[in-house]
Design a protein around this ligand. Structure first.
Ligand code: NIG
Ligand code: FE
Length: 414
């Protein structure tokens, strides 16, 4: 089946880099004005300037989309989410309004432990049903590829249940989905004073089954004061690496707790969050191959300073943007909002933000050959905008919906 877009006002991001974009490269967003694009069997088959277009023989006119005045972008690549969860946590949100901090809530058994209690009470089918609704919601918001973490099980059965749900999402969804094992999200109550016991459970009971059933692509640890130390992180990650799971680390969210350095040392694909960075963490990240994934909606929701995107980019780092969609620190999977926040709150240029939310997000999930840019042979995951005057208008008019339709795998989802 062939679909053709014609008269595209701006075809955005035709880059095809072999490495994540870093530093100044992020501001370079190749686009084609007055363009066409052809999709065959769900894949991008050809594109270029209208003046070079040759008509497709036998093309069904009903499958031609006249995109006059509108832009076509690669769909967003959201490389950090926790979208499998059993229940929302707006009671904690109200507690935070009243003055409690994220750490206060965690210390009294709320937060991640609250989500773990709820998750362990819910059936796998119900968990799948809830996650499917969220996956459909984010695809209508323009997300075309997503990473999803476990980490609300914290028991062997709970973690496996979450990862089996993610596996079913992978099988059922047209979106490319990557799974990350985050058994080391926090210590369950019964292991509060027995870290060794929980680490052994992760290494000896969870990882072998996960590897055997091929339930994860990556491994993650919440490396943070009061959660997992850099040494504990290293032990868990090395065990995961033994099963071929590359690390993606929750780092430097609440404190300068050494997560960035631990991630770099372990060859992490990405270190994520980075709200709390000092000069040496920035410097070390810029000298490494590790991507810094920024989650501005989590900083916003927790009333923390935004990530220092300008300093990271100016130091030459590779940065990606993601939503962190989860019930505790970012109850939103809206990448459009993340892009606007990165421009408004972190002074990223619109071009930098779009690269960080597309091709660099794809790299942060090892999906760069399938998604993240307008490239022949990639999946036709596309955002067709409404009529907008410029690309900068997208993050500028941040409260409006600029998306007319979203296509995933060559089929309209909205
Ligand atoms: O990425 N920081 C750790 N984990 C999640 C939040 C989890 C939760 O509060 O439920 C995050 O922010
Ligand atoms: Fe997270």
């Amino acid at each position: 089946m062939t679909t053709e877009f014609i008269n595209i006002s701006l075809l955005v991001n035709t880059c095809h880099p072999h490495q994540p974009l870093r530093g100044r490269e992020l501001a370079d967003l190749p686009c084609i004005r007055d363009a066409y694009l052809i999709i065959e069997d769900g894949m991008i088959a050809a594109f270029g300037a209208m003046k070079e277009r040759k008509s497709v023989p036998g093309m069904d006119p009903a499958m031609t989309v006249d995109a006059t005045g509108r832009f076509l972008l690669p769909a967003w690549c959201d490389s950090h989410t926790h979208l499998v969860f059993a229940a929302s946590r707006e009671e904690e949100f109200v507690d935070k309004i009243r003055g409690l901090s994220y750490s206060d809530i965690a210390a009294k058994g709320g937060g991640i432990l609250n989500s773990a209690r709820r998750l362990n009470e819910v059936s796998e089918d119900e968990l799948f049903r809830l996650a499917w609704i969220r996956l459909e919601e984010i695809s209508r918001l323009g997300t075309g590829a997503v990473e999803i973490k476990s980490g609300y099980g914290l028991t062997v059965a709970g973690e496996l249940k979450m990862l089996r749900v993610i596996k079913r999402l992978k099988e059922r969804s047209r979106l490319p989905v990557k799974a990350t094992f985050l058994g080391a999200h926090t210590y369950p109550m019964e292991f509060r004073d027995d870290h060794e016991g929980y680490i052994e459970l992760i290494i000896n009971e969870m990882l072998p089954v996960i590897a055997h059933e091929k339930l994860a692509d990556f491994i993650d640890v919440f490396c943070e004061t009061g959660f997992f130390s850099p040494e504990e992180t290293e032990r868990i990650v090395r065990a995961g690496l033994g099963y071929g799971l590359k690390p993606k680390i929750h780092a430097n969210q609440l404190n300068l707790s050494g997560g960035t350095q631990a991630g770099i040392k372990l060859g992490a694909l990405s270190v994520d969050h980075l709200e709390t960075m000092d000069g040496s963490a920035i410097q070390e990240l810029s000298q490494s191959k590790t991507i810094g994934t920024l989650l501005p909606s989590a900083a916003f929701f927790l009333r923390m300073p935004f990530q220092p995107a300008r300093k990271l980019i100016d130091a030459g780092c590779a940065v990606a943007l993601a939503t962190d969609y989860n019930p505790g620190s970012s109850p939103s999977g809206n990448m459009n909002l993340v892009i606007a926040m990165s421009c408004i709150g972190m002074r990223m240029l619109p071009e930098e933000a779009i690269n960080a939310a597309t091709i660099n997000g794809a790299f942060a999930m090892e999906l760069q050959d399938k998604a993240g840019s307008i490239t022949v042979g990639k999946i036709a995951n596309l955002i067709l905008t409404k009529q907008i005057p410029s690309l900068a208008y997208f993050p500028y008019a941040f409260g409006s919906n600029h998306i007319e339709r979203v296509m995933i795998g060559g089929e309209w989802v909205s």
